[in-house]
Design a protein around this ligand. Structure first.
Ligand code: SF4
Length: 367
């Protein structure tokens, strides 16, 4: 074999048998998602819009595709470009995010898109390292946007990919210690010619075939490569250490209504549900119970355990108290951060996060 010929073979993109089988399956079965460019279109030269890829990846953190799809469609209809979203007022974006949870993501989303608009000419950086410099973009999002939007050979490891990989290689080390090995295994599999499709194919396989319970090994394109399947231990992987029990917190929200309007406040910019519109409350947090002290004197009707809500790190039993006192004076009103009167019959338009939307629904039944 000539030197030139050897060099040509070495230079050709390598695709492992695992990646080749996975990509063939993806070509036939890729999920149709509103932020995705189908594999055939991608091969025909259609490039994904980095703005849509980034937006979808931020929304999908800790959240299912089913929950995200409607939000994604509404966002891109209302704000179709980086510049449009960057110019949107904070409260509009936060209200549009309401119900999607993990509200720090919405604040980071605003900071990130404004940085891209003002500091990068409206274009997302096209490398993992460049993306990581943006506010709110961590290792995972940088890797996924770099791979999917720009076909960079990044190892994209979300919970689905973690599960597929732990099973494929029968990795019995518990999470999170197993993550280093999982990442290295994925990195070794990423094909040079289709890294974006490979990342999405792994995610799809974990979401649709290699599911947490009852994985469909008989339908799996990786079955012949899979060590966990061969050992009959697929469903027991990945191994997870038992979770610490969630602390239980209590708090109270205050429903103050007059002339058909309810008093809403704006929560502080950082911390739980930061920057969101909300009912006033008594200062509960992940670290402690609320103090149950109402924001003003007067008669209150208390409804205990009105709403039970589970956050990532704690559970909250939220009581509700309805104000039955005289008209609110101006000083009491102005003492509350960002206070506004909001029409009760349009409470759905206030963009309350789920916890307070549930509390408002209970209050409306008891008013
Ligand atoms: Fe998952 Fe089964 Fe496929 Fe292995 S063979 S990757 S366990 S679905």
């Amino acid at each position: 074999m000539s030197v030139e010929c050897r060099e040509k073979i070495v230079d050709e993109p390598k695709t492992s048998p695992v990646a080749a089988d996975l990509l063939a399956h993806y070509d036939a079965h890729a999920r149709d998602l509103p932020w995705r460019v189908a594999p055939a279109d991608r091969r025909a030269g259609v490039r994904p819009d980095p703005y849509r890829v980034w937006l979808s990846e931020v929304m999908l953190q800790q959240t299912t595709v089913a929950a995200v799809t409607g939000y994604f469609d509404r966002f891109v209809t209302r704000w179709p470009t980086v510049d449009a979203l960057a110019a949107a007022p904070d409260e509009d974006v936060l209200a549009a995010w309401a119900g999607l949870g993990y509200y720090a993501r919405a604040r980071n989303l605003i900071a990130c898109v404004r940085t891209v608009a003002a500091g990068h000419g409206g274009q997302f950086p096209d490398t993992e390292a460049g993306l990581r410099t943006l506010p709110g973009i961590g290792d995972y999002t940088a890797a996924s946007v770099a791979a999917i939007a720009f076909d960079r050979p990044s190892a994209v490891v979300d919970a689905n990919v973690e599960r597929v990989t732990a099973r494929l290689y029968a990795i019995e080390t518990p999470l999170p210690a197993a993550r280093t090995e999982i990442r290295a295994r994925v990195a070794a599999l990423v094909p040079a010619d289709r890294p974006g499709d490979f990342a999405q194919a792994m995610m799809d396989l974990g979401a649709t075939v290699c599911t947490p319970r009852n994985p469909s090994c008989l339908l799996c394109p990786l079955a012949q490569h899979c060590a966990a399947r061969a050992a009959g231990i697929a469903e027991s992987l990945p191994v997870k250490l038992p979770k610490k029990p969630r602390p239980q917190r209590t708090g109270t929200a205050w429903w103050i209504e007059q002339d058909g309007k309810v008093l809403l406040v704006q929560r502080p910019g950082s911390g739980m549900l930061g920057g969101m519109r909300a009912l006033p409350d008594d200062g509960w947090s992940a670290r402690g119970d609320g103090n149950a002290e109402p924001p003003m004197t007067g008669q209150w009707q208390r409804i205990d355990a009105a709403v039970a809500h589970v956050f990532t790190h704690f559970s909250l039993d939220l009581a509700l108290a309805l104000y039955r006192g005289p008209q609110i004076d101006k000083v009491a009103f102005e003492n509350l951060n960002g206070a506004i009167w909001w029409p009760v019959d349009n409470i759905a338009g206030a963009g309350l996060p789920t916890l307070f939307a549930k509390a408002a629904a209970v209050a409306i039944q008891h008013r």
